[in-house]
Design a protein around this ligand. Structure first.
Ligand SMILES: C=C(O[C@@H]1C=C(C(=O)O)C=C[C@H]1O)C(=O)O
Length: 330
């Protein structure tokens, strides 16, 4: 099926994880311009997420059979028998919505044309995410408008929105990549502590964000699902809580993630069972605290911490996670 490994860029990829023998994609979160190429049998992507001097992290996606890799317009893809990896980049624009809609629809058309009917997980890296675009609209809200319009044009995806991350980047433009499946069972999960993002009131933008709080993928009947937890923050209902308080924002974020794990696994799993964690921290001086908080909270999970902006100006931290289905390394 699919699994992932997360390493420092200073390390070579170790052996493939259990269940994954072929590299689909290697995504390097580094201090370098965005790039998207076809490597040796896999997609090679660079997302500007690290600061100068930081080594960055590499997330590698693996599958059990040799993927078909290729290009279709601006899309770079790796297609497994059951799971697809697709990625695209968008150069800097003064207004993003129209090109975000166009690029997302290109990817959706490609996926539907190749039988990958269900979105599993999407990651979006958005330049100057809190700045105003040329029309005075916050860039994140501009992005959400284009994405929402693309989903609206694809009812099958609109009615089954996946887990996602929408986060700042240290570079320019927008990069995104996603995982989609053909027939594998997926279940999108909401958090009873939070308003579904796709139902946020208009005060958060002309279109609400298009994502679920988490997505559970059951690769094989009888096996526990893999849980992809969206970027999660200190939001209760639809409001940010504990503005200015990094410790309470971390604690609330962890409580929100714990709720999603309980929804998926019941009492059989908890925060200490998380395999992979990526944390996003607005202020550099909070990075050490968040690093220590994640190490203490998520046990031996593979961890990457990035100093980037977050989708709401009053959020100090955001954390995403994967439970199960991934072999991890620090
Ligand atoms: C933190 C939140 O949203 C962020 C933005 C997302 C998006 O727009 O895809 C997804 C998860 C988070 O990265 C939230 O609304 O709770």
């Amino acid at each position: 099926m699919i699994s992932s490994t997360l390493h420092s860029c200073t390390e070579e990829d170790a052996a493939p994880p259990p269940g994954g023998a072929f590299r689909m994609a290697a995504v390097e979160f580094r201090s370098a311009p965005a790039s998207l190429e076809l490597g040796e049998g896999h997609v090679a992507m660079t997302v500007p997420m690290a600061r100068p001097g930081e080594p960055g992290h590499r997330e590698t996606w693996w599958c059990e059979e040799p993927p078909e890799i290729g290009a279709a317009g601006g899309i770079r893809f790796a297609l497994g028998d059951e799971v697809a990896f697709c990625a695209a980049t968008i150069e800097h624009r003064s207004v993003y919505a129209p090109v975000v809609e166009r690029r997302y629809r290109e990817v959706f058309d490609f996926l539907e044309g190749h039988g990958y009917r269900r979105l599993l997980r999407v990651w979006n890296f958005i330049e100057t995410i809190n700045a105003a675009n040329a029309d005075g609209l916050e860039v994140y809200r501009d992005f959400c408008k284009g994405r929402s319009d693309a989903f609206a044009a694809h009812p099958e995806f609109y009615n089954s929105m996946p887990a996602a991350t929408g986060i700042g980047t240290t570079g320019s433009g927008i990069s995104f990549f996603l995982l989609a499946v053909k027939d594998t069972e997926v279940r999108h999960i909401e958090n009873r502590r939070q308003t579904p993002a796709y139902r946020y009131p208009e005060r958060y933008g002309p279109r609400s964000p298009s994502f679920a709080r988490a997505t559970a993928m059951t690769a094989r009947r009888g096996e526990p699902p893999t849980l992809f937890v969206s970027g999660t923050a200190s939001i209760l209902g639809h409001e940010t809580v504990f503005e200015g308080d990094i410790e309470k924002q971390c604690a609330t974020t962890a409580d929100n993630i714990a709720e999603l794990i309980a929804n998926c696994y019941g009492p059989s799993k908890a925060l200490a069972d998380v395999d992979t964690v990526k944390a996003y921290v607005r202020h550099a001086h909070h990075v050490p605290f968040v690093q220590a908080f994640c190490e203490a909270t998520f046990g031996g999970a593979a961890l990457a911490v990035f100093n980037v902006d977050i989708c709401r100006g009053d959020l100090l931290v955001e954390i995403e996670a994967v439970v199960g289905g991934a072999a991890v390394r620090v």
